[in-house]
Design a protein. Sequence first.
Lengths: 117, 114
Amino acid sequence: SAVISQKPSRDICQRGTSLTIQCQVDSQVTMMFWYRQQPGQSLTLIATANQGSEATYESGFVIDKFPISRPNLTFSTLTVSNMSPEDSSIYLCSVQLAAQSSYNEQFFGPGTRLTVL
Amino acid sequence: QKEVEQNSGPLSVPEGAIASLNCTYSDRGSQSFFWYRQYSGKSPELIMFIYSNGDKEDGRFTAQLNKASQYVSLLIRDSQPSDSATYLCAVNGMGGGSNYKLTFGKGTLLTVNP
């Protein structure tokens, strides 16, 4: 597996502001993903972060609300824009180490707990 | 809609017993199947994956896959209080083209009573 870190680990934000979450991996990975886990719910994929190109968003998620960058193979950011209380959630990045496995298992970072007031 | 279904629980077992966690999935073309453990306030941790019909054992954990029935399970032998967590079933390859994506079930909360 890889060592994955996220910053910040938690934050409390005001409605209408934006927060950028960083995900750093200690080795180069092929695939990076961003998930949301709302209270008491399972994980929902927001988007796949593509290195050097625009992210691929899942149905219900748009770039204007969740802009994503991935400038290299070890780092990605997710911005939650113009936040509302409904955005209160845990945001998780995950990575896939395709070079080590062909079964597409994913490993998760520790998560960012976001509360929007 | 591609779905992964799990009983939400809670599933309560005594210490030392076998805990059995079940998952069904809707897409017959699914390829790989994963079990994650998530402690309260923590991120999911991969504990098992399986891709062939039958059983796969790793220590106290056994994953079972039956593709004909579209069913995957996780058995935890000699359950310990430290096994108390939510167990998430995830399926890869649902929906065809995007093989790398995982679809998660809602998870089963397991409580192991001392």
